[in-house]
Design a protein around this ligand. Structure first.
Ligand code: ADP
Ligand code: ASP
Ligand code: MG
Length: 421
């Protein structure tokens, strides 16, 4: 069995959906679990629906949602020549659910409504994808992943209950394969034990696919992207990026942690545990083998360049100008944990410590207020973190040139710079 994941870019329109159908055509005769994201930029659009609704602009929320929904119906009609009545009725169920919700005033948290509304993007795209495959004569079983992926109720960043989920995979998914070649479901979403929808964090579909690959003992997971595979830098912002044919799990984990957006950072852990290879391939050039990520260490990699924007540097010095003792550091890290800051880099000196963290305005303000009890803090905003793995002297200068550098670390085969944007 294989697991395939198709992201938003691959199913952005009718042509994309036809292309995915033809990629799956190559898998005829072999079972494949297919995980699909919302079409194109649907998740962003649904976010604006939630924002409008929560701010009390109900008509605007309904209007944006209605347009988005109509676009989905148009795509469905385009790919199923006569329009699939069954699929259209299925889409309509989701429309009704969202419209009902939007008609009431919000009484719960923003994050709760976010998940109830945003999950519809994946539900709609998978109904359309299923209709396309059925139209092409494939035996497909559509699954509502909220019946399978059980999570806690931390809305917008829910964590999966793997034990319960494993049981559902055995009962429902494995059973579905007894009568279908393709089992097709949504990435990114799940459900609590009270049947409330949840989401796993933006771009989380890669992670869903990895969880399925692990629980099904898949031969491999393939994530189909709009790039030929993993490159040494983001092709959107780099001229002449170098294609990397093979990577180790460790290398890929480091890359994704520091911000390489090609794979969601949580994807690799479930795969590594079961030694399942991850292929990153192009849905635009499906004949090209792409990048394989696995247990083997790969030598001779080119410099790998990763940029993470939205960074904040906290320069902190002990208020009493005493040495930075272990107790002070422990107290600091407890505050970091309590305020849920994501630390990307840490540097200590005799009296001072610097943290480079992701921007989260509310959390940071609360953190600084408490830390001010024992540290003097300087906050620098609007920064990015540049990480260069396997740097070569000639590769560094151009990347940092002309930008104020606030911090620089060189450790082993990795160089990191905190730069002004
Ligand atoms: P999905 O369609 O699955 O959501 P994404 O758009 O999230 O896919 O990820 C693919 C994008 O990742 C590519 O379009 C590319 O611009 C970007 N990217 C960032 N870093 C890299 C890298 N090192 N190698 C390849 N692509 C990268
Ligand atoms: N549709 C979701 C997002 O855009 C999940 C994903 O694509 O992985 O974040
Ligand atoms: Mg994406």
């Amino acid at each position: 069995m294989d697991v395939f994941k198709f992201g938003g870019a691959s199913v952005a329109d009718a042509q994309g959906i036809r292309n995915v159908t033809s990629i799956l055509e190559r898998m005829k005769g072999r079972p494949v679990m297919v995980v699909v994201s919302a079409m194109g930029k649907t998740t962003n659009a649904l976010e604006t629906v939630v924002e409008a609704y929560y701010a009390g602009r109900r008509e605007q929320a309904l209007d944006i949602f209605r347009k988005l929904f109509d676009r989905h119906v148009d795509v469905l009609r385009e790919i199923t020549a006569d329009g699939s009545i069954q699929a259209e009725a299925h889409l309509d169920e989701f429309r009704t659910e969202v419209e009902w919700l939007l008609h009431d005033r919000p009484v719960r948290s923003f994050d709760y409504y976010y998940d109830q509304i945003v999950c519809v993007g994946e539900l709609m795209s998978t109904v359309i994808m299923t209709a396309a495959l059925q139209g092409a004569g494939r035996k497909v079983h559509w699954v509502d992943v909220r019946d399978i992926i059980r999570t806690d109720d931390q809305f917008r960043s829910a964590r999966i209950d793997l034990t319960f989920t494993a049981g559902q995979v055995d009962r429902i998914i494995k059973h579905a394969f007894t009568s279908s070649d393709i089992v097709l479901t949504q990435g990114f979403i799940g459900s609590t034990d009270e049947n409330e929808s949840t989401t796993l964090g933006r771009e989380g579909s890669d992670y869903t696919a990895a969880v399925f690959a692990a629980l099904l003992g898949a031969a491999a997971l393939t994530i189909w992207k709009d790039v030929p595979g993993v490159m040494n830098a983001d092709p959107r912002t780099t001229d002449n990026p170098v294609f990397i044919p093979a990577l180790s799990y460790d290398e890929a984990v480091e890359m994704t942690f520091y911000g390489a957006q090609v794979i969601h950072p949580k994807t690799l852990y479930p795969l590594r545990k079961h030694a399942i290879p991850l292929y990153v391939r192009s849905f635009l050039q499906p004949e090209v083998p792409g990048t394989v990520i696995g247990p083997k260490k790969i030598d001779g990699l080119p410099p790998v360049i990763i940029r993470k924007s939205g960074q904040v540097l906290l320069d902190m010095i002990t208020t009493d100008r005493q040495f930075l003792r272990d107790e002070t550091l422990v107290r600091l890290l407890e505050l970091v944990k309590h305020h849920q800051l994501t630390v990307n880099l840490i540097q200590t000196h005799a009296l001072s410590v610097s943290l480079c963290v992701d921007e989260r305005r509310d959390h940071l303000e609360a953190f600084c207020q408490e830390a001010a009890a024992f540290l003097d803090i300087e906050v620098h905003r609007g920064l990015s973190l540049l990480t260069i793995r396997h740097p070569r002297p000639e590769s560094t200068g151009d990347l940092t040139e002309g930008r104020r550098m606030l911090l620089q670390i060189r450790a082993g085969d990795v160089a990191q710079y905190v730069l002004e944007d």
